[in-house]
Design a binder for this molecule. Sequence first.
Ligand code: UDP
Length: 241
Amino acid sequence: DDVSPRFTRIVLKLSGESFCHAGERGIAMDEVVHISKQIHKASQLGCQIAVVIGGGNILRGGQFKNESASIQEATAHYMGMLATVINGLALQDALESLGCETRLTTAIRMDGVAEPYIRRRAKRHLEKGRIVILAAGTGSPFVTTDTAAAQRALELEADILMKATRVDGVYSDDPEKNPHAIFYRNLDFATVQAQNLRVMDSTAITHCREHGMPILVFNYRTDGNIQKAVMGDQVGTMISP
Ligand code: UDP
């Protein structure tokens, strides 16, 4: 039996919504522990894992659009990046409570809280088997953590970018609204862009397409999916160059 993982280094994008109960906001530690258990098991398979976390469960920069008289959009984006650091702290402790070794890094310096993101240092942590949590997105406003995940996957030379979502993969339409939406098992980037399929934001898709970084979109709520994905078993939607 060949039990080595199909992918030896992955960047896993977790949206903020995976940190709270469906339809709620904030942080529910039972959800954080649930996803941490899956990450832990995937790491035990021998896969190096860097996690890019979102902040939508706390705050998104775009939500203040109608209040532009009192808060600038850029400010709101910085607030969103800080939200991802809050999530990162929760994820770090949840993972460590399970016995994982982790490092929390931030794209915005915050010395008392986490170490600064430095590419070569992050790689070193990965090589040593530490789960690296990448917080504060890219460190720059007006983009999302999807874009940060694409950038980090490229610069950390991951084999694949894995995007954990609430649905089973990519559909022709929103499956939570349209029961007739068609599920895609495999896609290429040209189709994703031509049909404007909702996979990740368009900047992230462009980065991955231009640099040949495959993306796997799968359901984080199904137990065992992260391990399956790491082993190369069929799960979710694979987007290949
Ligand atoms: N954000 C940003 N730059 C980045 C990453 C994130 O300005 O590089 C801000 C942006 O306002 C975003 C918020 O942080 O809405 C939270 O991230 P995101 O919306 O990607 O979280 P998710 O939807 O994955 O929970």
